[in-house]
Design a protein around this ligand. Structure first.
Ligand code: BG6
Length: 477
């Protein structure tokens, strides 16, 4: 549809920015915190999580900057191993105090906390004890962790995200540990089922703890486009969407397995074990909203079944254009899009895809949406005057926000938007070389330097967007 006039967002729109615990806090093995699975497995060619952005130390300064920016909300995650260092049982009071102080300060500044319960950081001790997400033993432990959060922060936190990017958890190499002696695909679907149950239990717990609070998942979604008008490519894109997106969405929203995906799993002998009561538990845990993390779209083409299977290999250094797209022989293979620009890390830049995706998701599920992540990972250079002129990021955010606004005009119910990320943080794949923040952190992968916070040009640009309820999005400068 076509609309004219300046963009204007609702007065109560939650302009936000986000982070996650292991990517920004640091202090990863002190103050009572123990190691998480993602910290153990992340790309160690780059910075480690021991200091990250120094947020554990400088959180007050960071909240001051959030206030200066004019944020209406801040999305952050709580570290499970900081709160429950053994995964369950004894609570680390220092961890509780840290988050409690942060939430109090945010509330004082009228910045709404949006809290992610689980952002990739399973306590490593639970991985070692029973294989983490491969065992149903994780479900009561996760419930206990949720209960600790609801008991301690339930009065002050209105918005909860259960699990960040459940769909990506099974595709990227560093987010989960798998058993090398068992078939990988089967393990992934078993873990996905267990994680969906844990997500559902969290919703049921919150309903009891605080019926007025709102809760939902955050999914990382990449819409798949057919590589050509060939019917086989169009079907390939549908298959990719079903396996990579709608499997997860249908579980969350409809409480059932998408029939075509279920049949595919049965055919391959990789379907998860479903115990009595599982599907009832999942179906009755209807989320209040859906969080969407959007960075890119993807093109896929049909490939026949005799082609060799390929795994996704990421471009880690942002230099070589060496992404290898995954495939599923007989279904699809990823390909580059000749019509979009790419980031240094080969991610397709596709603002219109954002509007397309939002319309598609809303048509299917008719649920309120918050954009939980959207942003540009790139290399930022500090000038001699200690400034960062990140015009590329501004362009990315402006284009995406304009498309978001159009999607809202189309009728999609979106109530908030979080830039990824508030400050530079440890990119899980590429350390501090790949920066996302509105605030620069003075450090790099090898040198911790001063950790000084420096507002980038995008910080002041976003400040203007928030202050004008989005009207300045119409300005090109
Ligand atoms: C999302 C994650 O997948 O993408 C974030 O929720 C992450 O934690 C972001 O930082 C960007 O990915 P990357 O690999 O560039 O850090």
């Amino acid at each position: 549809m076509f609309y004219s006039g300046k963009p204007s967002f609702p007065k109560d729109f939650l302009w936000s920015a986000g982070t996650s615990a292991y990517q920004c806090e640091g202090a990863h093995l002190i103050h009572g915190k123990t190691l998480s699975v993602v910290e153990k497995n992340m790309n160690h060619k780059y910075a480690d999580p021991s200091v990250a952005s120094g947020h554990y130390e400088f959180w007050e300064k960071d909240v001051e900057l959030m206030k200066e920016l004019g944020l209406k909300a801040y999305r952050f995650s709580i570290s499970w191993p900081r709160v429950l260092p053994k995964g369950r049982g004894e609570v680390n009071q220092e961890g509780i105090d840290f988050y409690s102080n942060l939430i109090t300060k945010l509330k004082e500044y009228e910045i709404e906390p949006i809290v992610t319960i689980y952002h990739f950081d399973l306590p490593q001790c639970l991985q070692e004890e029973y294989g983490g997400w491969s065992s149903r033993k994780v479900i009561p432990d996760f419930e206990e962790y949720c209960q600790v959060l609801f008991d301690n922060f339930g009065q002050d936190v209105k918005y909860w995200i259960t699990i960040n990017e459940q769909s990506n958890m099974f595709q990227l190499p560093y987010l989960m540990e798998f058993n090398e002696n068992l078939p990988l695909e089967k393990q992934k679907f078993e873990m996905n089922h267990i994680m969906t149950l844990a997500h559902s239990k969290a919703i049921h717990r919150l309903r009891k703890a605080n019926p007025n609070a709102k809760i939902g998942p955050a999914l990382g979604i990449i819409p798949n486009y057919p590589a050509s008008p060939k019917p086989a490519d169009i079907l390939a894109a549908k298959h990719a969407d079903d396996l990579r997106t709608y499997l997860f969405m249908d579980l969350y929203m409809k409480g059932s397995y998408k029939q075509s995906v279920w049949n595919y799993m049965i055919h391959r002998g990789v379907e998860p074990t479903i115990e009595s009561g599982d599907m009832e538990c999942i179906k009755s845990a209807k989320p209040d909203f859906l969080g969407i993390n959007y960075y890119q779209s993807r093109v896929v083409k049909y490939i026949p079944s005799h082609i060799e299977e390929k795994e996704l290999k990421l471009n880690y250094d942002g230099e070589d254009d060496d992404t290898q797209f995954e495939n599923i022989p007989g279904l699809y293979e990823g390909a580059a899009n000749p019509y979009t620009d790419k980031t240094r890390w080969d991610w397709e830049i596709d603002a219109e895809g954002f509007r397309y995706l939002l319309n598609d998701i809303y048509d299917r599920y008719e649920i309120p949406i918050i954009i939980t992540e959207n942003g540009l990972g790139t290399v930022d250079e500090l000038t001699e005057n200690n400034e960062i002129h990140d015009e590329e990021r501004i362009q990315f955010l402006r284009d995406h926000l304009n498309q978001l606004h159009l999607a809202m005009k189309d009728g999609v119910d979106v109530w908030g938007y979080a830039v990824w990320s508030f400050m530079d943080l440890l990119s899980t794949s590429s350390g501090f070389r790949k920066r996302y923040g509105l605030v620069y952190i003075d450090r790099d992968d090898t040198d911790i330097k001063t950790l000084e916070r420096i507002n980038k040009k995008s910080f002041y640009w976003y400040q203007g967007v928030i202050a004008s309820d989005g009207e300045t999005l119409a300005d090109s400068e």
